[in-house]
Design a protein around this ligand. Structure first.
Ligand code: PTJ
Length: 264
């Protein structure tokens, strides 16, 4: 089913549209088959957090925006899922934060790299790092293709945005002393746990809000930005994100017992 074919009256229209974007991405060679599994996992967690941006995520988005504005060399790492879901927002974020866009895939392949670069170009990107031989540098301690990075991008970055990432690279980037910002619906994932700033939200909702937050903060003095970053506590925020799921599930369970009339 294409995105346009999803009936606006369907009770789960938003979720179906996201699925349609990814299956389209799969058909045109952007998203990997693994990306579809990853999305299923994300969907389940989105259900648990209530499919909305929480205050908890908003706090992380603000800290992420301030970090981007303080960075000297920031890079947005693009994989097959985010290229299918939020290409315009990635390009806009790269423009307003002067961040480089770098294609970095778990499963590399010339055709997929080119297809992703094409989508980003169509969304307005002028420069895209990490394509083919350009990914000539290596990050130590990573087994997957993700270890291959562009010497003009992730290798020398002080701040790296890795939405929907796998734990190994997050850990390696943090070990290299980089500020790592992620968007991950699962607050328990290794990436969520290892990152410097974790936005527990759907990337589809978080990206426009991140762009908005950067625009709101861009004229603030450096001291204000530094204070926002300093006072953000990722561990505490993650703890709260897990507690929010817990509280919500308890509330939903209680509602079940109140309304249980023994239906079929
Ligand atoms: O395109 P590639 O080859 O680089 O591969 C990309 C994937 C996503 C397949 C790769 O990075 C991967 O295998 O990721 P994982 O280890 O499956 O982790 C993906 C994480 O993203 C999981 O914790 C999911 O809960 C989460 N996730 C999935 N969809 C979304 C999401 N988080 C935010 N928004 C989503 N829409």
């Amino acid at each position: 089913m294409d995105e346009e074919e999803v009936s606006p009256d369907h009770p789960r229209a938003t979720s179906l549209r996201i699925r349609a974007k990814l299956t389209h991405g799969f058909k045109i060679g952007i998203t990997s088959a693994f990306g579809l599994f990853a999305h299923g996992r994300g969907e389940a967690f989105d259900y648990l957090i209530g499919e909305e941006t929480t205050e908890n995520a908003t706090r992380a988005i603000r800290a992420a925006a301030a970090s981007f504005l303080l960075a000297r060399h920031s890079v947005l790492s693009v994989n097959g899922n985010v290229a299918a879901l939020v290409p315009q927002e990635l390009v806009e974020l790269s423009t307003i934060t002067a961040s480089k866009l770098e294609v970095n895939l778990y499963h590399r392949g010339g055709a997929r790299e080119e297809a992703i670069a094409d989508v980003l170009r169509k969304a307005g990107a002028k420069e895209i790092l990490g394509i083919g031989k350009a990914a000539s540098a290596t990050i130590p301690e990573i087994c997957s293709d993700r270890r291959r990075v562009d010497p003009k991008g992730i290798l020398i970055a002080d701040t790296v945005f890795v939405p929907l990432e796998d734990g190994d690279r997050t850990e390696a980037l943090v070990k290299l002393g980089k500020t790592v910002i992620t968007v991950d619906l699962n607050p328990l994932s290794r990436t969520a746990q290892m990152s410097t700033i974790t936005i527990v939200d759907n990337v589809v909702r978080a990206m426009p809000l991140l762009v908005k937050a950067v625009k709101l903060l861009e004229n603030e003095p450096e001291q204000t930005l530094q204070k926002i970053v300093r006072t953000f506590n990722n561990r505490q925020n993650l703890r709260e994100a897990i507690e929010l799921i817990n509280t919500r599930l308890i509330r939903l369970a209680e509602q079940q017992s109140d309304t249980d009339e023994g239906g079929d």
